[in-house]
Write a protein that binds this ligand. Structure first.
Ligand code: GDP
Length: 610
């Protein structure tokens, strides 16, 4: 089918449907769909595609595309394209058992690293000269002649970051809880993240060698968190271990294999390989080194890959010990030499047909990204979720709740969850004290949820991530308001909301007392543009100290209308004097978001049947 590019000229509009493209090219819709699927774009003939995608297809059919002609469809309807999703089903006969991929999660200092090191030292290096000198983000251990892949970046940040990007790399989560310390805030966070991911959990009750180890206390703490261990009639295995005495280690590994067996993990080693990036770095001698977990298919040297926002040809494959290998199948971590650029952890990769295809897709994806950059991606807002609820596509409202004090978590959670009705379940998937973190935003992204804060703020990185990903963070300082608004959203009665759009961030460097104005914060703009008519918020740690209008904005003694990132300036805030060096200033304006959908609740699925 594919001939040399550039033979027949064709004009393609900015957007069109697959069927329209087929007509333009004089081929069948099915041929286009097949070509799209081969390029990892899932489509049917009614799907609207954009010029770049259409042009890529046209090239493959031997056309020389130029943009032009009538726009046949509303550009807003143009579907976002997932270059990496390939849902072509695997025939049952092609599936082979694959070994489990395991991640360790838990509170800091509870022993994740020690356990990972212990497994590596006892189960990998045995019989190997030299051992492993480099950490590449994952390794494989042997137990009873079976392999287990351990993800070597402990903590739920990596775990949730991947899930936020739609990548489920982990088959089994091991929750590490220190027997002396018990369930701690990050343990709870980890539990919530594992639950949201729907991944089976094993509890490793670590540090049982310590004299003050108190397994019973931990078990009941877990029960309070609805992690019911097998001993108590639940389905979560708990294995007492010690990373120091090695007690329980075999038991832990065997339990992992047992849980894996129940999951019946399978993969097709013969399909086009894809998977996820675990780590990527620049090696001074070897250039970029991209460590991936192969999830499906088999990766071999010579393959051309699209990796996140970059691409490359596999020059060499190295296993986790740094040895060259010639094939890496499902569940195998492997380092790739030869990728053009440094990909990001959580990026997906996929084998392409050839270099030309990889380059073409890379270029068109880049253009798509550039034009899409201004558009908000996932749009998880209370409003959008309500839209989905009323259309019946969502039956759950997932909330992440952050508060200033522990005492308010449970009452708000209970009040919110009581709003659940027959049609929609309201679920606080994570409730905790403190500022909103990037990990919260990633959880929201993964679970299609929104973040509600009560008397607390978003950390700057989290606010930025939320803005970039279109995750809504709604702030409240009165409990009934939280409940009222969520209830209103569920009933489709939500007032148009006023959202704060942050335009600039600055840091206070020093304070000047100026006659008539009072205290002026000598500050530096870190990013964005500070405008004279902006609203400003003064933040210290998690605390919002003040919010109001700018009383004065100056650069070099002169009134300024705008201050750009990198510049220093003085600002006075109406009604606020108590600046301290190190305070953060957030400059924002308010926008009204109109409600797109105002329909009432959908009747239960069965109600209309006659
Ligand atoms: P992580 O933050 O969860 O990765 O925890 P680490 O593995 O860094 O362990 C924190 C501390 O606990 C270190 O000082 C370890 O030596 C110690 N530790 C880890 N596991 C055990 C254990 O089973 N018994 C005892 N006594 N100490 C442990």
């Amino acid at each position: 089918m594919t001939t040399e590019a550039g033979e027949k000229p064709v004009q393609i509009p900015r957007t069109l449907t697959v069927r329209e493209l087929a007509d333009l090219l004089g081929v069948t819709g099915v041929q286009i769909v097949k070509t799209l699927i081969a390029s990892s774009v899932m489509a049917d003939v009614t799907k609207t595609i954009d010029y770049d995608t259409a042009a890529m297809i046209a090239t493959q059919f031997g056309f020389q595309p130029t943009q032009g002609g009538e726009v046949l469809e509303d550009p807003a309807a143009s579907a976002t394209i997932d270059l990496f999703a390939d849902e072509t089903p695997d025939a049952a006969a092609s599936l082979r058992p694959r070994h489990p991929v395991v991640a360790l999660l838990g509170h800091v200092d509870h022993g994740k690293t020690s356990l990972l090191d212990l497994v590596r030292d006892t189960r990998v290096t045995a019989g190997e000269a030299g051992g492993i000198t480099q950490h590449i983000g994952a390794y494989q251990a042997m137990c009873n002649d079976q392999l287990i892949t351990f993800l070597d970046t402990p903590g739920h940040e990596a775990f949730t970051q991947m899930r936020a990007r739609g990548v489920g790399a982990t088959d089994i989560a091991v929750l590490v809880v220190a027997a002396d310390d018990g369930v701690m805030p990050q343990t709870i966070e980890a539990i919530d993240h594992i639950r949201a991911a729907g991944v089976p959990m094993i509890v490793a009750l670590n540090k049982i060698d310590l004299p003050n180890a108190n397994p019973d206390r931990v078990k009941s703490q877990l029960t309070e968190r609805e992690v019911v261990i097998e001993e108590y009639g639940g389905d979560v295995p708990l294995v007492p271990v010690s990373a120091v005495t090695r007690e329980g280690l075999d038991n832990l590994l065997e339990t992992i294999l047992l849980v894996a067996e129940l999951q019946d993990l399978k993969g097709n080693p013969d399909r086009i390989a894809d998977g996820v990036v675990l780590e990527a770095e620049l090696d001074r001698r070897q250039g970029s080194r991209t460590t991936v977990l192969v999830q499906r298919g088999t990766l071999r040297p010579g393959a051309t890959l699209l990796v996140g926002e970059t691409w490359g040809k596999v020059k060499a494959l190295l296993d986790f010990r740094g040895r060259r290998i010639t094939a890496a199948g499902p569940s195998t971590p492997v380092s790739i030499l030869g990728i053009q650029d440094i990909a990001e952890a959580g990026d997906r990769f996929r084998v392409m047909k050839n270099e030309r295809e990889a380059k073409a897709i890379y270029e068109s994806a880049k253009r798509v990204r550039e034009t899409a950059a201004a558009k908000v991606g996932h749009a998880a807002s209370l409003d959008a979720l309500f839209g989905e609820i009323s259309r019946g596509t969502t039956r759950e409202l997932n909330l992440i709740l952050k508060t200033d004090v522990q005492g308010s978590v449970d009452p708000i959670r209970t009040a919110l969850e009581q709003l659940s009705g027959d049609e929609v379940r309201v679920k606080v998937i994570h409730g905790a004290v403190g500022a909103v973190t990037e990990s919260d935003v990633n959880l929201a992204l993964a679970a299609k949820g929104i973040v509600l804060t009560f008397n607390t703020e978003a950390a700057p990185g989290a606010a930025k991530l939320a803005a970039a990903e279109g995750i809504e963070i709604r702030r409240y300082d009165v409990i009934y308001k939280v409940v009222e608004e969520v209830d209103a959203a569920l009933s489709g009665l939500l007032e148009p909301i006023v959202v704060d759009v942050v335009d600039a961030q600055a840091e206070v460097l020093q304070i000047f007392a100026i006659r008539r104005l009072g205290n002026v914060a000598g500050s530096r703009a870190i990013e964005g543009t500070v405008r004279r008519d902006a609203l400003v918020r003064v933040l210290r740690g998690d605390q919002r100290l003040a919010e109001g209008k700018i009383a004065s904005l100056r650069r070099f003694q002169n009134d300024a209308r705008e201050v750009q990132a990198g510049q220093e300036f003085g600002v006075a805030v109406e009604g606020f004097q108590d600046f301290e060096p190190g305070d953060r200033l957030e400059f924002f304006h308010q926008e009204q978001q109109s409600r797109a959908i105002t329909r009432g609740r959908t009747p239960p699925a069965t109600a209309n049947r006659t």
